[in-house]
Design a protein around this ligand. Structure first.
Ligand SMILES: Nc1ncnc2c1ncn2[C@@H]1O[C@H](COP(=O)(O)OP(=O)(O)OP(=O)(O)O)[C@@H](O)[C@H]1O
Ligand SMILES: Nc1ncnc2c1ncn2[C@@H]1O[C@H](COP(=O)(O)OP(=O)(O)OP(=O)(O)O)[C@@H](O)[C@H]1O
Ligand SMILES: [Mg+2]
Ligand SMILES: [Mg+2]
Lengths: 246, 246
C-alpha cells in the first residue's frame, strides 16, 4: 500500500512543486513506484512531468499517465480544477473527495506525492485529509517563516474538526543562500523550534532547479550533478527513511 | 476619489506583497494619500505596515490605521480572513463585498492598493471586482510565465460573467537577475507579447527587499538608496503616470 505525502504550504513560491517533482524523481530512481497527483490549478507539476496531457483532473476522473521517468506516474491537474474547487467548497463532504479517489491507486504504488496550491482552501484541505504525512517546504525568507504557525494551526484545527490523522514528516528549508544573513536566521530558527522535524540539509538556491521545468525535466535528467540535485537526493533519503522505513 | 489598484497573480511568491508595500510607500512620499487593503489571510502586508494591530479584516469591519509613513494607511488582514473566505465563497453576492466596503474610503484617499493571496478564489475575485486597474507582478521564472495566461483568461471570464470593468495597468517583472538566462528570456517574452503593458524597468533581485519586512519596514525606510528602492521608485512613477494622470 502506498504511503501518501502531502507537500503543502499556503505561502506562495516556497518550492512546493520543485520539491514534489524532484523528490518523486529520486524516489523513482531508488525503485519506489511513485505517483504524483497535481492538486494545484496552476498545473506546474503536470507541465514538468506530463506536459502534453489534456483532460480533467483527478476529480474529473483522470487516471495516472506515465512520465519520462520509469517508476514515476502522474495524475495531471487538468483543465477543470478551478471549477472543481468551487464545487468541492460547496458540497457536503467535498474535503474528502481526494481521499476516496486515491484508494484505488494505493495498491499500485509505494509512494504518492500530492502538490498543493498556495492557500488553505478546499484543495489543500483535500490533500491533508488524504495524506499519511505532511512535508512543509519553507523558503528561507521572513514572510515564509511568518506563515508557518498559521499552517500548523490550521492542521491542528483539522485534527479536531475533521479527525485528521496526518503526521508531520518534516520541514525542508529551500532556496538557502549562504551569502544572505536571513537564510541562516531562518535555518537557525527552524532548527531551534523543530529540532526533530527539520531536514538535515537545506536545499540551496540553484539556477538549474529553476531552469529544469522549462525543459519539462526534473533535476535528475536536467542537471543531475548540480548542488540542487545533491540536496534533493539527500532530502529524499531522509524523507524515505522517515515515511518508508522498510 | 481614490483610484483602486488590485495587485494580483495566482502564482505564489512572485512579489505581490513586496510590490504593494513599496509602491504604496513611494506613492505616499510623492504626496498621494494611500490606503493599503490587506486581502490576503497570510497578512504579510499588515506585518510590514501595521504589525501590532489585532482584530478583524475589512469584511469584519476593520478601519484604516495609520502606519510609520505619513500619507499611508492600512486596513489589516486581521484574524478572520480565512473564515470569511469560506463564508464569502458560499454567499450569493460574496464576490462584491469588497467593492461595497471600499466606497466609504474612496473620498479620503487618492490611491487604494489591494494585496491578494496567490489563488483565484473569492478573495482575489473581490479585489478584481473592486478595482479600476490590475497590476500583475511577474517573477522572471518559468512557472510564473506559465500562469500568466491562466490569470488573463480568468479576468476575461469575469468580464463576461460579472461585468468586470477593470483595466490592465501593466506587468511588472520582479526578481530580475541579469546573470540568469531565464530572467532575460522572461523579460523578452513579456516585452514581445505585452509591449504596451510592460513596466519600463524590471525590479532586480535585491536582498534588502527581502530583509526589510523582518524590520516591519518598506524599502523607503530600510534601504532607500539600494537598487531595489530605485527600481520601485521608477515603477511607481510609471504606474502613477498611467493610473493617476492628473
Ligand atoms: N532551490 C531553488 N533554487 C532556485 N530556484 C528555485 C528553487 N526552488 C524553486 N525555485 C524556483 O522558484 C520558483 C518557486 O518555486 P515553486 O514554483 O516550486 O514554488 P511553489 O511553492 O510550488 O509555488 P506556488 O506557491 O505558486 O505553488 C520557481 O520558479 C522555481 O523554479
Ligand atoms: N526583488 C526582490 N528581490 C529579492 N527578494 C524579493 C524581491 N521581491 C520579493 N522578494 C522576496 O521574495 C519572497 C516572495 O515575495 P512576496 O512575498 O512579496 O511575494 P507574493 O507574491 O506576495 O507571495 P504570496 O504569493 O505568498 O502572497 C519574499 O520573501 C520577499 O521578501
Ligand atoms: Mg507550486
Ligand atoms: Mg503576498
Amino acid at each position: 500500500m502506498a504511503t501518501i505525502l502531502a507537500v503543502a504550504n499556503q505561502k506562495g513560491g516556497v518550492g512546493k512543486t520543485t520539491t514534489v517533482v524532484n523528490v518523486a524523481a529520486f524516489a523513482a530512481l531508488a525503485g519506489q513506484r511513485v505517483l504524483v497527483v497535481d492538486n494545484d490549478p496552476q498545473g506546474n507539476a503536470s507541465s514538468v512531468l506530463a506536459p502534453d496531457v489534456e483532460g480533467p483532473s483527478i476529480y474529473g476522473g483522470a487516471k495516472p499517465v506515465s512520465t519520462a521517468h520509469s517508476n514515476l506516474s502522474c495524475i495531471v491537474a487538468g483543465n477543470d480544477l478551478l471549477d472543481r474547487e468551487q464545487v468541492l467548497a460547496q458540497s457536503h463532504d467535498g474535503r474528502r473527495a481526494l481521499s476516496s479517489l486515491l484508494v484505488q491507486h494505493q495498491p499500485h504504488f509505494d509512494l504518492i506525492l500530492i502538490d498543493s496550491p498556495p492557500n488553505l482552501t478546499v484543495l489543500p484541505t483535500n490533500a491533508l485529509l488524504a495524506a499519511d504525512y505532511l512535508l512543509i517546504p519553507l523558503q528561507s525568507e521572513y514572510f515564509a517563516l511568518e506563515g508557518l504557525s498559521q499552517l500548523l494551526a490550521y492542521v491542528d484545527q483539522l485534527r479536531i474538526t475533521a479527525q485528521l490523522q496526518l503526521r508531520l514528516a518534516g520541514i525542508l528549508v529551500t532556496m538557502f543562500d549562504p551569502d544572505i544573513i536571513m537564510s541562516h536566521q531562518v535555518l537557525a530558527e527552524i532548527g531551534k523550534h523543530f529540532p526533530n522535524h527539520i531536514a538535515p540539509v537545506p536545499i540551496p538556491r540553484d539556477t538549474s532547479l529553476a531552469a529544469a521545468p522549462s525543459h519539462s525535466a526534473t533535476i535528475t535528467t536536467y542537471d543531475p550533478l548540480c548542488a540542487g540535485a545533491l540536496a534533493y537526493l539527500e532530502a529524499t533519503r531522509w524523507l524515505l527513511s522517515l515515511i518508508k522505513p522498510s
